[in-house]
Design a protein around this ligand. Sequence first.
Ligand code: ADP
Ligand code: MG
Length: 397
Amino acid sequence: MVRTSARGRAETAEAATPEAVTEAFVQQLGHDPVGVWAAPGRVNLIGEHTDYNDGFVMPFALAEQVVVAAAPREDGRWGVRSLNRRQTVTFGPQDLVPGRVEGWAAYVAGVVWALAEAGHTVQGADLVLTSDVPVGAGLSSSAALECAVLTALVDLSGLEVAPLDRARIARRCENAYVGAPTGLLDQAASTLCEADNALFLDCRSADHRQVPLDLSSVGLELLVLDTKTPHSHVTSEYGDRRRTCDEAAKILGVAALRDVSLDDLDDALSRLPDDVMRRRVRHVVTEDARVLEAVEVADDGRLADLAPLLDASHTSMRDDFEITVPTVDLAVETARAAGAHGARMTGGGFGGCIIALVPVGSADEVGRAVAAAFDEAGYGAPAWFLGVPSAGARRLV
Ligand code: ADP
Ligand code: MG
């Protein structure tokens, strides 16, 4: 798999390689690691705010990843160095209580804690990691960190943990140790994805399967563009959307909005008390339907037909769910005007990244068009790269 070839000008992250962490490990600890593991960030192709409504999502893993070199240590403690943060944090068994380790190392201590909570005995270890997943851009650098560390610790400790359980344990770390109320999407993608495929995940049953996503077979590639918009109010807006969806499900007498079908939608909308709630529900129900259609399209190899689904998803997020912001809308519109076949915001909203389906070889041109439009509008420079469907968490060395 060719790694990202179309980096935007503003993208400065160096590729995260096994060599980088191995060299740093030897320098810091004076001996070789016993192995190197990796887990990727992800992009959600389609299916936004459907996960907590028990619905469907379709992410794929990026080539951008967290890479971690590790070896056992004999004092039963854990030491972790992030080369990106230039910081080492050490913690012991007494710190395996939510809230005890804070900051970025909480994502590491939380993995040890969640493994222990699930009944596993985790080997003390030294870990040195680096990452080229943009942080805070909605590409799930946090799940990449959790899943890379978890994969390393599972192997080092000689544990048997099924893939879906790994994703669930990493999610528990994020929900209960770090304190971020996210769905299973990020950790499932980082753990379960395979190269050249997207993952179709039913967030109610956790049933999942690979869906072929060889965009080059239809002359397309996928541009990921980070608007670099700072997420403001994202937590409160997220909570607000969740509450409205829960309330609507109660009024409609269903367990979750996933239980409202497209055929039932008009009837369901007529039973809701206000316009905002009606639009929120319409987004979730139509977005679930779009994921199912995207899976069908990909199964049939008609990948060019993803374009109108991406466009419709964006319109729905902008007008019905109201989670886009001006920078994101401008990026989507400019990408389309510059030749993208379909484009949408990806991720939870209020900033972050857009994805655009573009003809092979034109990602940089589209990225540059968005950069020019941002410049003209007085926004900061975006960064962009090719989203290449890549492998999930695994041992590299
Ligand atoms: P996202 O997952 O969208 O990138 P989050 O806010 O969920 O954003 O997670 C970002 C956090 O994950 C960072 O603030 C940091 O605490 C942690 N993190 C991610 N990558 C690294 C890294 N390479 N080194 C240390 N911490 C990291
Ligand atoms: Mg995250």
